[in-house]
Write a protein that binds this ligand. Sequence first.
Ligand code: GDG
Length: 495
Amino acid sequence: MSRLIIVSNRVNPPNPAEGGEGSVGGLAMALAAALREYSGIWFGWSGKTVPEFTGQLNMQRIEGVTVATVDLEETDYQEYYNGYANKTLWPLFHYRVDLTAYDRSFGEGYDRVNKRFAETLLPLIEPDDVVWVHDYHLIPLARELRRMGVTNRIGFFLHIPWPAHQLVVTLPRHRQLVEALFDYDLIGFQTVESLEAFEGYVFSEVQGSKTAAGELVAFGRRARAAAFPIGVDAQDFAEILKGEAAMKVYDRMMAHSVFRKMVVGVDRLDYSKGLEERLIGFERFLADHPDLRREVMLLQIAPLSRDQVEAYQDLRARLDGLIGRINGAYAEMDFTPIRYVNRSYRRDELAGVYRASKAALVTPLRDGMNLVAKEYVAAQDPEDPGVLILSRFAGAARQMKDALIVNPNSPEEISDALERALSMDVAERKRRWEALFDNVNREDVTAWRDDFVAALRARPGPGEAGADVPKAPVKSLDVAAKALRAGPEATAVRA
Ligand code: GDG
């Protein structure tokens, strides 16, 4: 079986000492699960910056996964990561045109870093390898690799939504960005909505078409595009719940909420997650139901994210004010309605919190998928499950129809859903949960990974009928690639 090379902006192998998680973020969890299964390499940015880019490749073996990382320059970090990725593409793809920065230097930094990644990765690629590139940071990576002669199968998966055509065209270099996607053999989206939005652009903006076999044709190239909804490792969640840390947290949270029902929210502190709207909905609930005020408590876990970007600093300040206001208005001497935590917890501790919560509020304004919704379901007690309240704008809402689906922009809908969730009888809770769990368990992270990799491997290879990329074998396997094959001890190889 050919090797799999996974490329993502950050490389975060799971660390057992941290409850099995290297970092906060759905992408890291999903990729760690994928790499446990296939032999291959995980390549990306080390997270460190150096005064001048050297292309020095650092290789390590962590928990059975070969990891290859490269440092970036400070300017790269500002223009590519903080800039084009997080101030341009992230807000735009989450429908926040008001927060989108159209700065030419960001686009240049984005292209430069993708070229640097390609140059550093090139020596590691063997002729049979299959390359799987992740997320919006790395859209032009295949273009750069193709320019360097790489003919391997390369797939791309977008973890965030692909927005409507009208939004994409606000991007000064939209055509270039979409054209770069056609250097992939397979383009994966989270949902059919994202897929259709992408196709809509291709058909109406660049007069592309679809073949009878379902391939998209544009820019003189062919690519397959499809939806692959990402999942969680539901079995693993059940396992970690049996562990000591999870049980301890569960017991502690249950003891804390003896006379109250705990509602939980877990989100990176990001404007796409609808945190302000959620709190305003909770405030409405407190105002509408004076009789239930003392019976409910909201625990919001919101680890800081991208805190060098102004929009995130502003959001944090607004949340501090909002929570202060709500708690000030509704707290009693012995009771606070909202408990708000800006730190992250171990994954097993989170599992304990999910299980102790009678309801979860997962109310993003836009979300590619949302793994918290699925984790919450995976962590419930089948005999006494909690209720999931889910935004219709999360990709997950397509699969999780038995959740209480709300419009996160409506405080009334959030308030009503909370009232309904907290008064729901156990028979209805079980019925809804069983349907949700069935889906979470079936369409899990393994199914996602296997479906994507199988679809990528099924694409025509170099020289095969239907391939449209000029084929030329990658000849030079230099020192770095040899060192990699030599084993895990190989470190700090110069690419
Ligand atoms: C992107 C897309 C898509 C959160 N707090 C803690 C913690 N987390 C973990 C959760 C979950 C992950 O982070 C968050 O995943 P989401 O899917 O909710 O959101 P994004 O980070 O925005 O992920 C998203 C995803 O990629 C995958 O494709 O679903 O739409 O935006 O796993 O549990 N983990 C720990 N402590 C915390 O405090 N350990």
